[in-house]
Design a protein around this ligand. Sequence first.
Ligand code: HEM
Ligand SMILES: *[C@@H]1O[C@H](CO)[C@@H](O)[C@H](O)[C@H]1NC(C)=O
Length: 413
Amino acid sequence: MSSLLLSRGGTYLYGSVFKTHILGCPCVMVSSPEAAKFVLSTRAHLFKPTFPASKERMLGKQAIFFNQGDYHGKLRKLVLRAFMPKAIKNIVSDIETIATNSLHSWVGRSINTFQEMKSFTFNVALLSIFGKDEVLYREDLKRCYYILEKGYNSMPINLPGTLFHKSMKARKELAQILAKIISTRRKLKHDHSDLLGSFMGDKEGLTDEQIADNVIGVIFAARDTTASVLTWIFKYLGENPSVLEAVTEEQLVIVRSKEECSGQDKALTWADTKKMPITSRVIQETLRVASILSFTFREAVEDVEYDGYLIPKGWKVLPLFRNIHHSPDIFPEPEKFDPSRFEVAPKPNTYMPFGNGTHACPGNELAKLEMLVLLHHLTTKYRWSMMSAQNGIQYGPFALPQNGLPIRLSTKT
Ligand code: HEM
Ligand SMILES: *[C@@H]1O[C@H](CO)[C@@H](O)[C@H](O)[C@H]1NC(C)=O
């Protein structure tokens, strides 16, 4: 569905808003910075998030992204608390361990980049949710989540034997594992600074079911998104040797400064990750060109007028991030991968890879952090070759290089 929209995006979207029935329902396409600001920020209360019912059942309807108002605000505060820089600063070296183990396990093999990145981002997600306790439950959680996601894109027919049925069962099992973790934590009464600690510590008290919906929701929001962006970075760096060399040079400066330190101090720190402007621009430019979340969904909660248009109550409203990110007026030669364009900060509401407003991504700092840490070790120690010329894009549902980008990774000589 997204490919249908996007492959023709540039040719039929004129102006800032556009009404269509292309998705089988009345939709308003939003493709200007001003209109996106209206829908996502200034009039956010008039546009509620909306998802297909089957997705809601799968993730749980009390998960943060399906909600508005007070309950949403409360969840958002708890999620932001666990993912703000002050909280994730403490897990940089644990993320580093996950990154170095992952890279090590890929050497000398032909790998499907996206599949392997998913395993990296899954492990980081579990770390951020459960802290270091996660290793105990990692395999069980992974097995259940894997079955759950296989049913995510299947027909929502809940009969024995169907993928959907299996996936609903896996969801129940996930909730049971979580209930076990929660009850153990309640008994031990330790304070935790991870996401589960944040959910459990709230004075207003979330139910176990609300916690489960949101833990599963955060894994969903965190894993495939970040893994797709990393996959695109492998592709763009592979195709742009001079950019790869610039990133490597920047990272080697950090490696050399660490070599002068002793023991423990060799671990990467939050401060190190702030000395990576070139690498950060590669991430920014990848987020722009790939625009893995091509658009998002809202629904008008009442009749709304914008710029002379009437958006009737109940209509879907789609802010088209990819169209904004690929507008030649905002980003000249938009198809070109050129990280240097971010040497100048983009104007407000022209660059929204993490959305904006009340539902903007609370995990964006963690996403950037884990990508920087992986890129630090990748560029300084390894090189990769792409198995074949792959220029297609697939959507599953996030934009992804064809076939998940098969590569071969080797240690640098
Ligand atoms: C590069 C990777 C990522 C991208 C591009 C991304 C992008 C986005 C975008 C565009 C939204 C807003 C959607 C909307 O307005 O409808 C969003 C929401 C969200 N993201 Fe991310 N995200 C990423 C990684 C993460 C990570 C790592 C986490 C968690 C650790 C996370 C957690 C969330 C949550 C919980 C929401 C819902 C917020 C709400 O409804 O208030 N995301 N993300
Ligand atoms: C989000 O919207 C606000 C208000 O319009 C704006 O100041 C800010 O720059 C926007 N953020 C992004 C990433 O565009």
